[in-house]
Ligand binder design. Structure first.
Ligand SMILES: Cc1ncc(COP(=O)(O)O)c(C=O)c1O
Length: 413
């Protein structure tokens, strides 16, 4: 790869609005009803015509780091897009990133490439949990976890988070009870947690890990948001805490949330235990999924090797968005409580004081405010009355969305 270093110091303009129409963007050009996606033309960038602002699915409206774009250009120019196998430099980029960013030492042979974290979690459940056995999750939580359990004919066990004073914590007493059930074979940890934005402390992770270990519950730690952490908080990779946790865990990582590369479908599982690695690898192969997307490989290397400055800048920008939102809502929409995220660009809003059922709330956001949010109930029953707002967008879009939210809520009076 060419020398990309000079670009690592450039200043990015996250205020720029990028027209995503005509790119088959899930966020901007599709909607879903009953889990089926439909093309949709109601979103637009020009506010005047009052189209809907999409603030839902977790991708950013920002261009990815310049070194990634340059590397992809170079790859495209070469013109041949045959099957691609990650080389040593790919594994090295992942190892170095984890070391530099998280002081986490991993070995190249622990890395198992997958075409996305969601398909990986589906296959992990299929590999390690027989139909009728149980998987534990902590709702309100990332909704595909429910699908991974259901579609693999496993049974769902919930260990709901406790919501207290605008913050969430784990319920360890309940976890201990539920983990004792010998049918519970797997627990999926969302770390940092989507949608509530918690960055779990070492003590919380340790207690979670010990309970799982003591009860022979295999841990899947989904750490896809682990690079998006606000100042003042520290993300701790789950298996970096204890070698015994590492032997009992599959960690899911990816550059996709971090650098806005979701469409390139590249992710890495970190599996330090060969007894876990081998059966999962067999599942991957039995599904014919052992190759990666050519562009994903190029983008990952460029992002991990030269994207850090962009990441630092984007976190600052998103933090600025959050501070704007927090102040605006406390001044103008006091019926909504903002749960302060410690990580992720997703903001969890407690709208229960509006005293609306989930359908009324959905209608309020989409039809009245004309903002496409993720409705809290999709994250489990514990999410009813909440809304998830994606704030990884130019400030002007956020400003407009909040104005609309206020106007729609004012009209209720
Ligand atoms: C917790 C979590 N895991 C996984 C994903 C998606 O992973 P992928 O796009 O690699 O399938 C998301 C996307 O929002 C997420 O929030």
């Amino acid at each position: 790869m060419r020398n990309l270093e000079w670009k690592a110091t450039m200043k990015y303009n996250f205020d720029a609005k990028i027209n995503r129409q005509g790119t088959n963007s899930l966020k901007w050009e599709f909607t879903h009803s009953q889990s089926i996606l439909h093309p949709w033309e109601q979103t637009e960038q020009c506010f005047e015509e009052n189209p809907i602002l999409p603030m839902w699915v977790a991708d950013m409206d920002f261009a990815c780091p310049r070194p990634v774009i340059e590397a992809l250009h170079e790859r495209v120019e070469q013109g041949v897009f045959g099957y691609t196998v990650p080389s040593e430099s790919y594994y090295d980029a992942v190892v170095q990133w984890m070391k530099r960013r998280h002081q986490w030492d991993i070995r190249p042979e622990w890395i198992c490439t997958t075409p996305g974290v969601v398909p990986a979690i589906y296959m992990l459940v299929r590999t390690f949990v027989a139909p009728g056995e149980k998987v534990l999750i902590q709702p309100p939580v990332y909704h595909p976890f429910f699908g991974a359990i259901k579609y693999n004919k496993a049974e769902l066990v919930t260990n709901p988070l406790v919501y207290d004073n605008k913050s969430y914590r784990m319920n360890f007493k309940d976890l201990e009870e539920k983990a004792k059930d010998p049918k519970v074979k797997m627990a999926i940890l969302c770390s940092p947690h989507n949608p509530v934005g918690r960055v779990w402390s070492e003590e919380e992770l340790r207690r979670f890990g010990e309970i799982c270990l003591n009860n022979n519950v295999l841990v899947v730690s989904d750490e896809i948001h682990g690079d998006l952490i606000y100042p003042g908080h520290q993300f701790i990779p789950f298996t970096s805490i204890d070698d015994d946790f590492a032997k009992n865990t599959i960690v899911c990582t990816a550059p996709s949330k971090t650098f806005n590369l979701a469409g390139l479908q590249v992710s890495n599982l970190i599996i330090a235990n060969e007894q876990i690695y081998m059966p999962f690898d067999l599942t991957l192969r039995s599904n014919g999924l052992h190759f990666l997307n050519t562009f994903g490989v190029t983008a990952l290397e460029a992002a991990y090797n030269a994207g850090e400055e962009w990441l630092n800048q984007v976190i600052k920008y998103i933090e600025g968005n959050f501070l704007y939102l927090e102040k605006y809502i406390s001044q103008h929409i006091p019926l909504i409580d903002v749960i302060k995220p410690e990580g992720t660009y997703l903001v969890w809003l407690d709208c229960r004081e509006l005293e609306m059922n989930q359908w009324e709330l959905k209608e309020l956001m989409l039809e009245n405010a004309k903002i496409y949010t993720d409705n809290g109930f999709i994250f489990g029953a514990e999410g009813e009355g909440f809304e998830r707002l994606n704030i990884a967008c130019p400030r002007s879009i956020l400003v407009e969305a909040l104005k609309r939210m206020k106007a729609a809520i004012d009209q209720l009076k």
